[in-house]
Design a protein around this ligand. Structure first.
Ligand SMILES: Nc1ncnc2c1ncn2[C@@H]1O[C@H](COP(=O)(O)OP(=O)(O)OP(=O)(O)O)[C@@H](O)[C@H]1O
Ligand SMILES: [Mg+2]
Length: 213
């Protein structure tokens, strides 16, 4: 079923600048007259925020099963899609999501779960509305780590090894090759305002194309 909304997701390693760019993009879009709904995945629903806490609390005790981890991310996403994203898109909003399915493809993909299995789960769950545009903020792992370390203590995903995060980064770049119409990779090793200008233009151009057809 089509909708009149526009769905943007922002992806990248922890510390790549996603939340910064989501905030700046929302400010830019507010000037276009479109209603903007900002969400984060996992999160942005009561259930999703609780699942987020479960997923991100620093590792203690038994390791989390890779499939259990995947199932929890999907449960949070399903609630987010049903409760917030779908109604907002139906209403004609621009939805800006801080991470979405490409995070599962990159992060759980780097655990060894195949892309086709993850996409099949999304299909089974009815999560078939993909973003219209996905911006990947690409940054070398060490730089992302340095930015992140200036913030809070590392969460469970951030505690993973550098080699894991290298696989996540490579996974993101590979996804951009698989979905060239949807995904744009931006060099995130630049001042935030410069990235924000590029990101804002990308989204506004696509919004205008949508209007013209
Ligand atoms: N372009 C940039 N250049 C330098 N520092 C930046 C840039 N963008 C964001 N930062 C800083 O890097 C840190 C991480 O940024 P931000 O929280 O936006 O990243 P994130 O991708 O959302 O991280 P996380 O995945 O951990 O939520 C913050 O301290 C932020 O101020
Ligand atoms: Mg963030």
């Amino acid at each position: 079923m089509s909708d009149s909304g526009f769905f943007v997701s922002v992806e990248g390693l922890d510390g790549s600048g996603k939340t910064t760019q989501v905030g700046l993009l929302a400010q830019t879009l507010a000037t276009t007259g479109r209603r903007v709904t900002v969400v984060r995945d996992p999160g942005s629903t009561a259930l999703g925020e609780r699942v987020r806490d479960l997923l991100l609390e620093p590792r203690a005790g038994a390791p989390v099963s890779h499939w259990a981890e995947t199932a929890l991310f999907l449960a949070s996403r399903l609630q987010l899609a049903e409760e917030v994203i779908r109604p907002a898109l139906t209403h004609g909003d621009v939805v800006v999501s801080d991470r979405y399915l490409d995070s599962t493809l990159a992060y759980q993909g780097a655990r060894g779960i195949s892309r086709s299995e993850i996409l099949e789960l999304h299909r089974l769950f009815g999560l078939t509305r993909l973003p219209d545009l996905t911006v990947i903020l690409d940054l070398p792992v060490v730089l992302a780590q340095t930015r992140r370390e200036s913030g809070t203590a590392p969460d469970r995903m951030e505690q993973e090894s550098s080699s894991y995060h290298e696989r996540v980064r490579a996974g993101y770049l590979d996804l951009a090759g698989q979905f060239p119409d949807r995904i744009v990779v931006l060099d995130a090793d630049r001042p935030a305002d410069e990235i924000a200008r590029q990101c804002g233009s990308l989204v506004k151009d696509r919004l205008n194309v949508g209007r013209a057809t």
